[in-house]
Design a protein around this ligand. Structure first.
Ligand code: LLP
Length: 418
């Protein structure tokens, strides 16, 4: 019987109801420790920024803070949650390609440490909004190494037409943006930021990114006397969903990144002092599960459907990205699979399928179905489609479970309606 944080999965389902998202903190802590133990350098300052878009709630942010990690937020909502968690705002990196005036003001008011500027117009706005500040705000410039998606098909956000950052080939505008930041009295230009994609399995992609980033920092220095103190390499480290996935072990990816940065920094004269990474998925997915109750089953010409009490409303990823998951039936983990089931949700949408044709033991109505690795980008991308309620979320550790986000009630669903 699968245990989560030393509690039997069926007991958790019984106690908290389903759908239920459960995080085994022992597993998550081991991933957090692998990051903090291995992303270290003798010559460079290192920081790990948790990309909270993967899963953002007060309890998660407090956990991140325990490990001394910085925090990436991309909206007023994510920032507000961090504030309410009592997180030290000076360790926040505020990302986003279209921050509003109100969001920037909010960030400045609460003392956000670093704003990641995405474009020339944003630099202009920030320059105006920081005019009256008493202490300066640090900035990084989001750049786009323009890594060719055809050479590295696993890279999705750093292609030439990406909406994020400024393309390396747009050198003139990059320099103009940095000059604007540098001449603003209350802005410190601290360096460059990039993010090449998510669920990246091949460490050569990160090595390539590092080479390009340091080379570009070298060019800025040589040609324009622009010094990048920090280089932020973004996130993208893969996690394990199914047997098809072979993520790079965290210790290995961290050590490779640090070593490559040290080497590349030397090549350009060693002026970079600080390197950063921004993992999200690989942390939030660690030790996470969604528990559902099996409802009706239905046999069609080609499928054995088993319907669950959630679906695309709490996990949009299969419908949106054809993402693959595996599943277990609580109490039947050791039983031999007898047929292929298609696990479908209860939304009025034919595409509301979480897993197609998965070999499982006999599934009966009332069984608890468990889908692992749902902690990243499921709750954070959840919707109330069909007015389904957001699930309860629990942290489990050492035999104790605590609710970190309570289940939405029917009244919650209409609480903003007038
Ligand atoms: N830094 C930046 C600037 C990012 O845009 C992202 C993710 C990360 C860090 C964290 O990347 P990670 O380590 O989680 O791969 N909704 C999609 C994933 C979108 C990722 C967006 N940016 C999904 O469910 O697969």
């Amino acid at each position: 019987m699968l245990e989560i944080g030393q509690v039997r999965a069926d007991e958790l389902a019984k106690k908290f109801g389903t759908p239920l998202m459960a995080f085994d903190l022992t597993v998550m802590r081991s991933i957090l420790r692998q990051y903090t133990d291995n992303f270290k350098s003798e010559t460079l300052k290192t920081d790990i920024i948790y990309a909270s878009k993967a899963f953002n709630c007060k309890a998660m942010i407090s956990l991140i803070e325990e490990y001394g990690m910085c925090l990436d937020v991309v909206s007023a909502g994510e920032l507000y949650t961090a504030q309410k968690a009592g997180y030290d705002c000076s360790k926040i990196y505020f990302h986003g390609n279209n921050k509003s005036i109100d969001e920037i003001k909010m960030a400045l008011d609460c003392g956000v440490g670093t704003i990641v500027v995405d474009s020339l117009p944003e630099a202009g706005l920030l320059s105006e909004l920081t005019a009256g500040l008493t202490s300066p705000v640090r900035t990084l410039l989001r750049v786009n190494p323009g890594i060719d998606a055809h050479t590295h098909k696993y890279i999705v956000t750093a292609h030439d037409d990406s909406k994020f950052g400024m393309l390396f080939s747009n050198e003139e505008e990059i320099v103009k943006t940095i000059r604007l930041l540098q001449k603003s009295p209350n802005i410190i230009f601290d360096g460059l930021d990039a993010h090449i994609g998510s669920q990246v399995f091949d460490k050569r992609a990160f090595i390539e990114e590092i080479r390009m980033m340091f080379e570009f920092a070298g060019l800025l220095k040589e040609k324009y006397e622009i010094t990048s103190n920090s280089i932020d390499l973004g996130g993208g480290f893969a996690t394990f969903y199914t047997d098809e996935d072979a993520p790079i072990p965290i210790d290995e990816v961290c050590q490779t990144i640090v070593q490559t940065c040290e080497e590349e920094n030397e090549k350009i004269g060693g002026f970079v002092n600080h390197i950063l990474i921004e993992p999200g998925r690989s942390i939030a997915a660690a030790g996470s599960y969604t528990l559902y109750t099996a409802g009706f089953t239905k046999k069609t010409l080609n499928k054995n459907y088993v319907f669950i009490d959630g679906g695309m409303s709490d996990n949009i990823r299969p419908a949106l990205y054809q993402a693959k998951y595996r599943a277990f039936v609580a109490g039947k983990e050791a039983q031999t699979p007898i047929k292929k089931y298609t696990i479908a949700g209860k939304c009025c949408e034919s595409g509301d399928i979480l897993i197609e044709d998965l070999s499982l033991p006999q599934v009966d109505t009332g069984d608890i179905l468990i889908i692992p690795a749902t902690g990243a980008y499921c709750y954070s991308m959840a919707s109330n489609y069909n007015k389904l309620q957001f699930p309860e979320v629990i942290f489990v550790e050492g035999g104790e479970a605590r609710v970190v986000i309570r289940r939405q009630t029917l009244d919650d669903l209409i609480s903003r309606e007038v």
